[in-house]
Design a protein around this ligand. Structure first.
Ligand code: UD1
Length: 425
């Protein structure tokens, strides 16, 4: 047995130009969407994080052929050979995004069986909206222990009015609807850039999808979809993470591929803190210089285009070290404050009441033994560790590896002092 951890040392101001990887949250659903086709598709700009390898294992377990081209960051996925409709419970438990194969399996084969999904421990994270939608489409849903079975001879087009713009439910409904005769409408749909990237690939496959104003998506089903080649969008969350690592070390960074157009509220908050932020033509390219005296700002997470919940934890680190007080309110997930305890160990002044954190900025954080509780909190703790005085250790780094391809390597190139250790226990 080995224990893997990071040693994080106080680092100089991060400085440099950095490339980005493709968006994890886009590639996972896009890989699932290929189940809707029969044939060989190619995905480019694929981030090889552990969740992507899990999704590869999932598709292979269904019978798909997957060829990994790590050097060109691409994948070839052949869905002709898919013969199974049941997802292995081990895979399902490791990654909540596995639920995203349910819509495509149901639409193409009329049946799907999945264990209830796992993933980060950020709350109950129910999948009721997904299952209710499939039931309204006419699927028979049954539960047996922790397994859900869905079966339908003919799925029916419907109008769905989502009580909340769930990203995953919007994606699952949209994928299933592409092969259902008639018009499916999703009102109060999620509008995250990753949902748009999914719509883009589905349209290339031949789907009829209209993204209308005010969060309405209309899908008119077609008899079949064809395989495609598609390039995944850049990861806005990786971009935000690199900007915050630069901010807390007082540095300067250029992200020429940075999707500034997808991070507007977040970038506005960085400006409010006093940092200098410029974006390139059409919002592509982010150029950032940290202020030496950052001001604390309050923010509240919201569905897109609001402040992204996935940047809440890393942004909190910046507030811990800013001048003044701030309030951070998490509205998307009911248990996404697990990093607070770890930041408190480092000397952060945070009072937590439910999902509202009141923060009083301090001059310094101090190194501590940290445990990563989920993907985005792990990135936040890396940021805190390279800003803190002294040395920190971070365990639970499987979370970090699930969400990012080589985040530590990217930070090291910019000057961060991070050492990976693996010790026998
Ligand atoms: C996706 C992202 C995740 C991001 C989140 C919100 C992926 C792989 N993950 O997660 O990184 O933080 O969007 O931007 O793309 N809910 C229900 N019932 C449901 C579905 C959701 O109550 O059936 C609730 C959830 O518990 C949560 C909220 O809705 O409180 C938002 O969840 P959702 O938008 O569905 O997030 P995910 O698709 O799981």
């Amino acid at each position: 047995m080995h224990s893997e951890f990071l040693v994080l040392e106080k680092s100089p101001a991060l400085c440099g130009i950095s490339d980005l990887n493709g968006a994890k949250n886009a590639v996972l659903v896009i890989m699932a969407s290929l189940i809707l086709t029969s044939g060989k598709s190619k995905l480019c700009n694929v981030p090889f994080s552990h969740d992507v390898f899990q999704m590869i294992a999932l598709l292979e377990s269904l019978g798909a052929g997957v060829v990994i081209h790590e050097e060109s960051q691409s994948l070839t996925i052949d869905t002709t050979t898919i013969i199974k409709h049941a997802v292995n419970a081990e895979i399902m438990k490791k990654m909540r995004a596995s639920i995203l194969v349910m819509g495509p399996l149901l639409a193409r084969f009329g049946k799907a069986a999945i264990a209830l999904p796992g993933g980060c421990l950020i709350g109950d994270r129910p999948v009721d909206m997904h299952l209710n939608a499939f039931a309204r489409m006419g699927a028979e849903i049954s539960l047996d222990g922790s397994c859900v079975y869905a079966q339908a001879v003919h799925l029916k087009a419907q109008k769905f009015i989502l009580a909340y713009p769930s990203v995953g439910a919007t994606e699952n409904i949209m994928m299933a609807a592409t092969l259902i005769q008639g018009k499916t409408t999703i009102v109060n749909a999620a509008l995250e850039p990753e949902v748009f990237d999914l719509a883009a690939i589905l349209k290339k496959m031949g789907a009829h999808i209209d993204l209308l104003p005010a969060g309405v998506i209309e899908i008119v089903g077609v008899p079949e979809l064809k395989p495609v080649t598609h390039t995944i969008i850049m990861d806005r969350l990786e971009a935000g993470t690199l900007l915050l690592a630069t901010a807390v070390t007082g540095g300067e960074i250029a992200l020429p591929q940075g999707p500034g157009h997808s991070l507007e509220v977040f970038l506005e908050k960085l400006c409010e803190m006093g940092h200098s932020v410029d974006t390139g033509i059409d919002g592509i390219g982010i150029y950032f210089k940290a202020t030496k005296s950052p001001k604390a700002v309050s923010f509240k997470t919201m569905p897109y285009p609001g402040f992204p919940t996935d940047l809440q934890a890393p942004m909190m680190v910046a507030q811990c070290l800013a001048d003044g007080t701030s309030t951070v309110t998490e509205t998307v997930f009911e248990n996404r404050m697990l990093h607070v305890r770890e930041l408190q160990k480092m000397g952060a002044h945070i009072e937590l009441e439910g999902m509202i954190a009141k923060i009083k900025g301090v001059d310094r954080l101090y190194g501590a033994h940290l445990i990563a509780p989920d993907i985005r909190a792990s990135a936040a703790l890396v940021i805190a560790g390279i800003a803190a005085h002294g040395s920190s250790t971070l365990s639970g780094i499987h979370h970090l590896l699930r969400g990012y391809q080589n985040l530590c390597g990217t930070l090291q190139k910019l000057g961060a002092r991070i050492i990976y250790k693996s010790e026998a226990i």
